[in-house]
Design a binder for this molecule. Structure first.
Ligand code: ADP
Length: 323
């Protein structure tokens, strides 16, 4: 466990659980640039940037190995301003890895080596009888964020622990945010995925939903039907993202409304569009903004992110967006 920075006990805490992998980007058998990324990690970075001025501590919970690459990741995450006391380091394990190689036509191809990544064992390896750092910190959290990928990477027993944690937070009145991010190849079969999503939605207080992903999950070819289903999901707060099309927001007991996205002349790379939306949206909500204003903040940041290459854009590229 690593403590990147000490935070006063009175500071409100938020935690995000998931996996951040090593990234290799470039031409296969050619020059590859090394980086790192992952949906919940990207959201954590944007949430930390957007809520730094408010003094909110953003903890990233995951597992890494005790190898040098894992140490290198931790050092970089600390530089991003993340709190790392909820990170487990599992002896002999390694972080997951993915490669983005661009072919001669400019098309990007993703390859993953993540089956034995340490993050999958966050809730199990050598820890069955005692709480993980995330479980031990549950009492101090005002918000926990997990995604469909966080669910998918866990074995069944680990997923149960995560559901129990979500339930405990809700019982205490804390917020649980579920971001759908559905990746079919991470699930052994669609039935398991649907069952896990149904449980996650039932446990979440806020759902951040990418419409395309939800259509893929439920094999629903009709976008408007899927939208209606999304707006009827159990969480009190539901936000439906649809790329450049206006974002839908539905609060409990209220009529759903749309929030326009920002006009973007040239989309360069949509990586982390939804993740950055989530970071800015949640930072705004935690600071007391209305859901409509938070969705505008999410759309503003995501519009900036899609105009840059890579998941995490430089701080300088966020000029004018931070409080
Ligand atoms: P995800 O990245 O999760 O697949 P979306 O594709 O729906 O999600 O995009 C997330 C957000 O990114 C949108 O809500 C919007 O704010 C922004 N976005 C994505 N594509 C565009 C675009 N072409 N123009 C403007 N904003 C966009």
């Amino acid at each position: 466990m690593v403590n990147s920075m000490l935070t006063p006990a009175s500071t409100p805490h938020v935690a995000l659980f998931g996996e951040c992998m090593l990234e290799l980007q470039g031409q296969a058998f050619g020059t590859l640039h090394q980086g790192y990324g992952g949906d919940t990690f990207n959201t954590a970075v944007y949430l930390a940037r957007c809520s730094a001025a408010a003094g909110r501590a953003v903890h990233y919970a995951t597992a890494l190995g005790d190898d040098a690459l894992s140490s290198g990741l931790l050092a970089r995450w600390a530089e991003e301003g993340l709190q790392l006391d909820l990170v487990r380091r599992l002896p002999g394990r390694m972080p997951g890895l993915y490669m983005i190689d661009t072919d001669e036509r400019g098309e990007r191809h993703f390859s993953y080596w993540r089956d034995s990544a340490a993050a999958r064992s966050y809730f199990d390896a050598g820890c069955e009888a005692r709480p993980t750092p995330l479980e031990a910190a549950a009492e101090t959290l005002e918000l926990l964020y997990v995604s469909g990928i966080s669910l998918a990477i866990l074995p069944a027993a680990g997923r149960e622990r995560l559901f129990a944690l979500m339930q405990g937070l809700r019982t205490r009145g804390a917020q649980v945010v579920f971001d759908n991010n559905f990746r079919p190849r991470l699930w052994p079969d669609i039935a398991q995925a649907r069952q896990a999503y149904t449980r996650a939605y039932a446990l979440a207080s806020t759902a951040l939903v990418t419409l395309d992903d939800e259509q893929a999950l439920w094999a629903q070819p009709d976008a408007s039907r899927q939208l209606a289903q999304c707006l009827g999901l159990p969480p009190a707060e539901v936000v439906v993202k649809r790329g450049a099309a206006p974002t839908w927001v539905r609060l409990a007991g209220e009529t759903a409304f749309q929030v326009p996205t920002e006009a973007v002349a040239q989309v360069v790379d949509t990586t982390a569009a939804g993740d950055s939306f989530a970071g800015a949206y949640l930072a705004a909500r935690l600071q007391g903004a209305s859901a409509a204003d938070a969705a505008r903040a999410g759309n503003r940041l995501a519009a900036r992110v899609v105009q840059h290459r890579g998941a995490i854009i430089p701080m300088a590229a966020m000029a004018g967006l931070l409080p």
